[in-house]
Design a protein around this ligand. Sequence first.
Ligand code: 4AD
Ligand code: MG
Length: 433
Amino acid sequence: MVIVKHTYIADLKHKVGEEVTLHGWVYNKRSSGKIWFLILRDGTGSTQCVVVGGQVPDEVFDLDGVLTQESSVSVTGVVKEEKRAVGGYELEVSDIRVHQIAQNYPISKKDHGTAFLMDNRHLWIRSKRQNAVLKVRAEIIRACRDFLDSNGFVNLDTPIFTANACEGTTTLFETDYFGQKAFLAQSGQLYNEANIMSFGKVYCFGPTFRAEKSKTRRHLTEFWMLEPEMAYCDLDENMEWAEGLICHIVDWALHRCKEQLDSLERDTSQLRKVKKPFARVSYTDAVEILQNSGEGFEWGGDFGGGHETIISDHFDGPVIVHRFPAAIKAFYMKRDPEDERLALGMDFLAPEGYGEMIGGGEREADYDTLLRNLKQHKLSEDAFQWYLDLRKYGTVPHSGFGLGLERTVAWICGLSHLRETIPFPRMIYRLEP
Ligand code: 4AD
Ligand code: MG
């Protein structure tokens, strides 16, 4: 069912010759004597509205001197095709109804510093650039859901208040839960692992929280993660799911976000090269690549952003790194049966220096091994009793991964910082607006 309440600028191409009323905000204005132009934006696009003296009541014509940037107005007129105008159409105005005259809108066309724009994020999101980025975000969410829904995954939401740590205890946000200690979820994975024993293939998609104390362009304290989890799935199949998801997202964005990517001046030639199969490299071989490139990197360390760039540049495209040292990975990862020092983890690294988009792996399915890992990581056995249970009642090989939404949006849009990829970013020094 289609509910049409009023005409949007994006619909003008179907309305040529008709009289319509658009509802929006004043983006810009210019005048030349007996005629003035109002550029209206309504969230779906921008269009030029032409106001001609003598063709509208005087009080409408006189609005030229009254309307300011971001004033809210409804504009009525006949739609005309006009190749030279923004969007390719324009409105021959017969009436303008003013809802409110905006006073001293703080964001002008001149360059503002990032701190100022972040303080005014509630207004900055109205800009053409922010509108484009956030539309791409919405489309990437659609692409993710489309891929998993059409591949038989069941979407089940996981809790945000949790009693245990999934991704280590150093980045936990603690809160009081009626006198009990609770943590904001770092990941929905552990609950997904319970859900797959009922549904086979599931995913959760929601906000996750990490008390990241470092200020980097790749970390938010609140970010959205898409987490698929599959029963009877090993590391190799897990990598294929990750690869399929990434290709679907890239294709979707190239087809459905052309206008936005153009307006962001994103060079999409590298995105077009993202095709299956992706290169795969073991952690150990990746360390060799780093060492051969002159980086003094030692086996056993964790890759930083700079290391990831060297590795993905080496492959000139997307790459999946697998089999990391168990010591730097989470307690739940399965050990490599061929080499006890390794965990069956995998990270997907995006090209062009964007680094880790996906982290995941095969999970430890054996009760005794999992218990030993919990103890090694000094995690409370009590809080994980239910998780251990899953290994007692029909345990199976299983795998999954988490895709960071904001990092994916930054990569697809070609942005250098995550702060623009979510409407209201949360970072160490940013809780408002
Ligand atoms: O590699 P991570 O920590 O993996 C997990 O949380 C697993 N439990 C997921 C799973 O297997 N179900 O995080 C997964 C992804 C990263 O690759 C990155 O894209 C993103 O989440 N991410 C962040 N994005 C923004 N800000 C942060 N602070 C992030 N931390 C992780
Ligand atoms: Mg990771």
